[in-house]
Design a protein around this ligand. Sequence first.
Ligand code: SF4
Ligand code: SF4
Length: 332
Amino acid sequence: MTPIAAKPSLMPFAEAPGQPLTKQPITVLQLNLGKRCNLACAHCHVEASPTRTEELSETICQQLIELIQRFPQIETVDLTGGAPEMLYGFKPIVEATRGAGKQVIVRSNLTIYYEPGFEDTPTYCAQHQVRIVASLPCYLADNVDQMRGQGVYDASIRALQWLNRLGYGQDPSLLLDLVYNPPVPTTDSFSLTPNQVKLEQDYKVFLRQQFGIEFNQLLTITNLPVGRTAFHLQHKKLYQPYVDFLATHYNPATVKDLMCRNELSVDYRGYIYDCDFNQMAELPARTPTGELLTVSRFLEAGRLDLISEIQTAPYCYGCTAGSGSSCGGALL
Ligand code: SF4
Ligand code: SF4
């Protein structure tokens, strides 16, 4: 989807930090393995669903493995989708990354563990010490089922208990983090994403008391107006008011830690973006001469510092509002 232009009154995001948003040394590779997912959540910025067919090819998978193995500066490989566990390349990339002594994160919807053919996923992840970052947009059942579909909450709770039995959330080498997304706004009484530390305490107390569940950290992630969230906001005529709201709460202290500064986001075709949101908005990364980039171009160049300036759009105000937001949660 092409990003929607901001109102003239809104300062373009590129001007907000007062200087160009520059790339730092790359340490994180975030790989979007494709768009197929067993769910079709209302807020999904990827617009994933069971009927999507786009996924990694064998050629791009091999190139990614070479990139991971050749560049020691890549410390973390973050797998997303769709449901990454059901997409081509998941296991080969996990094994190559762990074999190179690096951290693997898988962004899991948890319910995939109950789909035929994927029942071995929790044990597989534990064996390879994959860090699991699991979506649980609220600790209350009604809110989760409304956002993600009927029965998703119960399946997620059973999956978290299963992960706990394997040692996740307790063994220091088996990290289990949960992700909170606020509901997509339906009126113009917007609010900032709640305080991460306080909400983590609420999640921990509730999930422990009700279900005996333990986890490591809660990551709060702001809904950026991209993908289904953007469609929903446009439908309600709330797109521009929401962007304006985010811009009003711009916090310059978040800029130094934005996730786009030290990551490359790669799509299933091997094209490079500054982050997953830009990937979904089809805003690719560029070199200073305007060249588009692919995984094979990095392999050819033998270096990762080919991008100097990060591509931005009005939705970047979502990462910089209040305490900030990233795939690793709040920035402050
Ligand atoms: S938000 Fe995650 S679980 Fe939901 S449809 Fe999108 S990729 Fe699948
Ligand atoms: S959406 Fe967020 S992470 Fe992506 S380029 Fe904008 S500020 Fe950076």
